[in-house]
Design a protein around this ligand. Structure first.
Ligand SMILES: O=C(O)CCC(=O)C(=O)O
Ligand SMILES: [Fe+2]
Length: 377
């Protein structure tokens, strides 16, 4: 069958025999990489995405796409303390504009050593490229497992499948524990996570200031004390026009810090166009999560993004998500009263983290946002 026929041969989300195909795939415990290693030339049908997901925004970018650029912000290494108030004010302003308009920005001079980033990429790649028997020991579809390897997390639903595998390390708000991690990447993950947590603390202050609040405001709110690192591996895809590395979604958490390699494919939805988030040597990407959009009453935007599947690769990335500490799983978070006024009334009801993520997970990455469910009428 030609690509055009396979595209029009019906939705991948619901067809006879889909559940069995998905289950057989899961039983291999070898992920998408296992499929590629087995030499598939046609992707299994449940990976073929319907046009309404593939073409959510113009697939062919307008000329504007080339003039639109995700903001790049120089965090000034160590010189953003309060003694350098002019420089700090300028950075805070850049972060404010980026968070309000793009929901995404790239950071350079952010203080995470390049070697630590490179080591994370090399070692997690080693994990994903372990012999199959070795890697499958980590395979699990159980979402309550804090450390696991998986592919397509929505096995029992009709949510779209993604052309990628992931190693999940949900550290929650505990100290990092070396023993629980796969040997090939454990020290590198711990070191990288320590550095990224320090960067998150800096960003937490800068974002508070960008909202016109005291530097320690978001820190005291305890909305970003837990950390969850996802190491992604996007294998080369024999039919990249038919699927996606990851389908359109916004991140459900408060803040994400992302490290990507130089393969490309990450895109952010901006002014109804998909704009590339290009690889920038030494940079880290930050993006606003859904809960941050809710607590800022829509000032900061949690923006949809996706990753294209590609013939080049594999592509490697690591996303570190920050969310409230476990003690606050049921603490209600709503628009911050300091940001509200008569002319700026609350747009959302209060929601706790568990309620938010349950809805997010039950929905699957179907390209729709969970945020509107919490809007006040
Ligand atoms: O791999 C990437 O560049 C993005 C991953 C992502 O969006 C996510 O894990 O939420
Ligand atoms: Fe994401």
């Amino acid at each position: 069958m030609e690509v055009a026929d396979r595209k029009s041969s019906g939705s991948c989300l619901d067809y006879d025999g889909r559940a069995k195909e998905v289950e057989d795939f899961s039983k291999t415990r070898a992920g998408v990489k296992g499929l590629v290693d087995s030499g598939v030339e046609k992707i299994p049908r449940f990976f073929i995405l319907p046009p309404e997901i593939l073409n959510k925004a113009p697939i062919k970018p307008s000329d504007d796409q080339y003039s639109l650029q995700v903001p790049v912000i120089d965090l000034g290494g160590g010189i953003i303390d309060h003694d350098h108030s002019n420089r700090r004010a300028a950075i805070v302003n850049e972060i404010r504009v980026a968070a309000e308009t793009w929901g995404f920005f790239q950071m350079v001079n952010h203080g995470v050593p390049k070697k630590v980033m490179e080591d994370l990429m090399t070692s997690t790649r080693k994990f994903h490229e372990l012999p199959r028997e070795e890697k499958m020991k980590w395979y699990s579809q159980d979402v309550s497992k804090l450390i696991r390897f998986y592919s397509y997390g929505y096995l029992h639903s009709s949510a779209p499948a993604n052309w990628r595998d992931s190693l999940a390390c949900n550290f929650q708000d505990r100290p990092l524990d070396l023993e629980v991690l796969p040997h090939v990447c454990r020290e590198e993950i711990i070191e990288y996570t320590k550095c990224v947590v320090r960067l998150k603390e800096k960003l937490c202050e800068l974002l508070s200031e960008a909202l016109g609040l005291k530097s320690d405001y978001l820190g005291k709110l305890d909305c970003m004390e837990s950390k969850y690192l996802l190491s992604h591996y996007y294998p080369v895809c024999p039919e990249p026009e038919l699927t996606l590395g990851v389908t359109n979604h916004s991140d459900p958490y408060v803040l994400t810090i992302l490290l990507q390699d130089n393969i490309g494919g990450l895109q952010v939805l901006h002014q109804n166009q998909w704009v590339d988030v290009p690889y920038l040597d030494g940079a880290l990407v930050a993006n606003i999560g859904d809960l941050m959009q809710i607590i800022t009453n829509d000032r900061f935007k949690s923006v949809e993004h996706r990753v294209l599947a590609g013939r080049a690769g594999p592509r490697i990335s690591a996303a570190c998500f920050f969310y409230p500490s476990t003690a606050n799983n049921f603490k209600p978070y709503g628009p911050l009263k300091e940001l509200l006024s008569e002319t700026n009334p609350p747009l959302y009801r209060e929601v706790h983290y568990k309620e938010y993520t349950s809805l997010y997970v039950s929905k699957g990455l179907d390209g729709s946002s969970a945020i509107p469910h919490f809007k006040l009428q």
